[in-house]
Design a protein around this ligand. Structure first.
Ligand code: AMP
Length: 362
């Protein structure tokens, strides 16, 4: 079976690494000549809106999926004429627009921050009076890793904030006082079967994920699954969906969803019975889903900007290094390590050993 993937970054690469043992082949469409997934399959180096190349992708592949949800809506509409596309177009449309996403949470009775649609500086000022400060102004589309957002703490911060984000449609969100950030990786098959991985506790710095630790019997697991299930069923979803939550006093506040495999699920490659990548592929091709049970205690440390010396990583017991084959650049995700240990204390010690190898300024 041949799978087309929109996007050729590390998520596509890890999908291919999971799919090769299942006998799958991959074709990536990505405009970057050095797309790192291209080492694992055929690369169509073209823009996401290049219909000639989209047609080649559709003709060559049995189905198409995404590792990058910000491809234009027209891309999905065009592809869908020729080939099955998963996750469904409606899920992609909702997840890449914060306004639609927040409205979906509201409709499904999933708690989320106060929010308002902002299309001008004047609208921002009215919304700030209503929602209050601090608040966060985020572009409705194309934000990632904390980009396309501005924290508004004082009325001075509000001045010119809409222009500072490029005069594009935005969302104003009330500030959530959270005690932690967790994510749930969920998967739904073509037949409607669902599975959920254990909740993951995430630590960010400068808007970029640094560390994910898979939890054991998290008290909010059931609640997270309930919210995710509502969302999966409503969207008639197929594939992996990542759900990001804030932990608050009375439970969970939904932050956002990502309609794809997710950085906070990378630990599942070694840390779970069946990885998020394999389960995404199983879901979209119509295979039974694999077990989402956690093996031992597990965590993931991201490598941002550069990857430590392989020899040093390999010397750490229980450490599984991943190098994405990308050029090193400040702020760029270029690799990660999964740690898999028999007990929590050993896991924490191993995390410290890996973190000690990270450059101080990244
Ligand atoms: P996002 O791009 O929406 O995931 O936001 C990036 C990071 O900003 C999150 O991981 C949080 O740490 C923080 N953040 C986003 N939205 C809010 C909010 N409404 N209240 C407090 N912190 C937030």
């Amino acid at each position: 079976m041949k799978i087309g993937i929109i996007g050729g970054g590390q998520l596509g690469r890890m999908l291919a690494l999971a799919g090769h043992p299942l006998g799958m082949q991959f074709v990536f469409l990505d405009p970057a000549p050095d797309a790192c997934a291209a080492q694992l399959g055929e690369h169509l180096c073209a823009d996401y809106s290049d219909n000639d190349h989209l047609r080649i992708l559709a003709e060559e592949c049995d189905l198409v999926t995404f590792e990058f949800e910000n491809a234009p809506a027209d891309t999905i509409a065009f592809l869908s004429q020729f080939v099955p596309v998963f996750p469904p177009a409606e899920a992609l449309r909702t997840a890449r627009d914060r306004w639609l996403e927040k409205n979906l949470f509201r409709e499904l009775d999933i708690p989320t921050a106060l929010f308002a649609n902002i299309e001008s500086q004047h609208a921002l000022e009215i919304a700030v009076a209503d929602i209050g400060l601090p608040a966060i102004l985020k572009t409705r589309q194309l934000g990632y890793d904390g980009k396309g957002q501005k924290v508004l703490r004082t009325t001075t911060d509000v001045i010119g904030a809409f222009a500072a984000l490029g005069n594009v449609p935005c969302l104003l969100e009330g500030f959530v006082n959270f005690s932690g950030e967790v994510s749930l990786i969920a998967v739904r098959s073509r037949g409607g079967e669902t599975r959920f991985y254990p909740l993951v506790h995430n630590t960010h710095r400068d808007g970029i994920l640094r560390l994910s630790i898979a939890s054991t019997a998290h008290p909010l697991q059931q609640l997270a699954e309930l919210y995710a299930l509502r969302t999966l069923d409503k969207l008639n979803y197929v594939g992996v969906l990542a759900f990001e939550f804030f932990e608050v006093d009375d439970g969970l506040t939904a932050n956002e969803i990502a309609p794809r495999v997710h950085n906070s699920g990378h630990w599942t490659i070694e840390g779970a019975q069946c990885s998020q990548f394999e389960n995404h592929l199983r879901a979209i091709v119509g295979l039974p889903l694999g077990s989402t049970e956690k093996n031992d205690e597990s965590a993931m440390v991201n490598f941002i900007g550069s990857v430590p010396e392989l020899a040093q990583l390999a010397a750490i017991e229980n450490c599984h290094p991943h190098h994405y084959g990308k050029a090193f650049k400040p702020g760029r995700k270029v690799g990660h390590a999964t740690l898999r240990c028999a007990d929590r204390q050993t896991l924490e010690e191993s995390i410290c050993e890996v973190e000690a190898l990270l450059p101080a300024n990244e």
